[in-house]
Design a protein around this ligand. Structure first.
Ligand code: CA
Ligand code: CA
Ligand code: CA
Length: 245
């Protein structure tokens, strides 16, 4: 983000320019400037709407750390203008694809976490703390079925706890493995959650957790019905496809 020299618009070094692009090319300056409707909330409210083309299209200016709401500027891709938008709608869903489990059985939960924007969610946390009815837990990020870069580390034993970077429209797939340890009639209730870092705001917190619950069955008895996880948490197209929703 930067201001134009006082002789803008339209004239530089004795020549008139019709567009910002022509100006920027001619004077080798203001390369990040754009010529579009900024989509302010109103003529008197210069907050950006979430559809604004100014979101995350600026260049960091050293020393400009906060916007006019005193919200932190992105260090890498701030918004152009006075307002920084800090909304990122992260979402999660999970399923093991079955509606009942047997004691001693291994089961794998597919977990997909996504970011519907409008800004990147760098440093989002993904957690899945296994219940007492699941033992020998382990987890891994499945890069081949993800569009975001896998986190480091990308696998572990025990509960899933990972910090991820999700650009707008990206998703990550995790697999969580566990062994059922419980009595017939008890439930295996497993919840996965995602949260934005404290520098961001999630405008839709309701889709930030997903639970898969299955009864522990006796051998020979099978649950009747279809897998039914939250099924409504994901709106990012690639993430929806990944979970088969
Ligand atoms: Ca703001
Ligand atoms: Ca959300
Ligand atoms: Ca299930």
């Amino acid at each position: 983000m930067r201001g134009f020299p006082k002789w803008f618009p339209g004239r530089g070094f004795g020549t008139d320019y019709a567009t910002v692009a022509a100006w920027a090319a001619a004077v080798s300056d203001d390369a990040n400037s754009i010529q579009q409707d900024p989509a302010y909330v109103s003529d008197s409210d210069l907050h950006l709407q979430t559809t604004s083309p100014l979101i995350a299209t600026g260049t960091n200016v050293p020393g400009i750390t906060n916007d006019f709401d005193n919200q932190a500027r992105s260090p890498t891709s701030p918004c152009i203008g006075a307002d920084e938008i800090i909304d990122a709608d992260v979402q999660i869903d999970k399923s093991n694809g079955v509606t009942g489990l047997l004691n001693g059985q291994s089961t794998v939960y597919a977990i997909v976490v996504a970011n519907a924007g409008p800004v990147a969610a760098n440093g989002a946390s993904v957690t899945d703390t296994l219940p007492a009815t699941l033992i020998n837990g382990s987890w891994a990020c499945v890069q081949a079925q993800s569009t975001a870069t896998r986190p480091t580390p990308d696998a572990g034993v025990g509960n899933l706890a990972s910090t991820v970077n999700l650009n707008v429209g990206q998703h990550l797939r995790f697999d969580v493995l566990g062994t059922v340890d419980g009595t017939v009639g008890a439930f295996v209730t497993n919840t996965a959650s995602v949260a934005v870092p404290n520098t961001l705001n999630d405008p839709s917190p309701g889709n930030n957790s997903a639970t898969d619950q299955d009864p522990i069955l006796s051998i020979g008895l099978f649950a009747d019905g279809f897998e039914n996880s939250s099924r409504a948490n994901l709106t990012v197209p690639g993430a929806v496809a990944e979970m088969g929703e």
